[in-house]
Design a binder for this molecule. Structure first.
Ligand SMILES: [Zn+2]
Length: 94
């Protein structure tokens, strides 16, 4: 009997050996600890598909030591590289 039940499911990725993976370090202080933060995008009513202003959070990681957001997240969020100079960005909402 040959039942075709044992099809390997593609849940891969759990078998990656993380000890060989590159550890991300803060570009500024070389810390390896990061905390989650959100960049908030505001979509104006003019371009929003609903016709209302929308608030869209984008999760990024920021350094636990110096709060710098790695540039790869800044680019992914469509922000300029000089974000870290503007430390008030977390408070722009309200
Ligand atoms: Zn840092």
């Amino acid at each position: 009997m040959n039942m075709k039940a044992s099809k390997p499911l593609p849940q891969a990725n759990t078998q990656v050996d993380l000890s060989n993976a590159e550890t991300m370090k803060c570009e500024q202080c070389e810390s390896t600890l990061f905390t989650t933060s959100y960049i908030i995008k505001r979509i104006s009513a003019i371009v929003s598909p609903t016709g209302q202003e929308a608030i869209v959070p984008i999760q990024v990681y920021s350094c636990e030591g110096c709060s710098k957001v790695p540039s790869i997240f800044i680019k992914a969020a469509g922000l300029e590289e000089n974000l870290e100079e503007d430390s008030s960005i977390k408070q722009t909402l309200i």
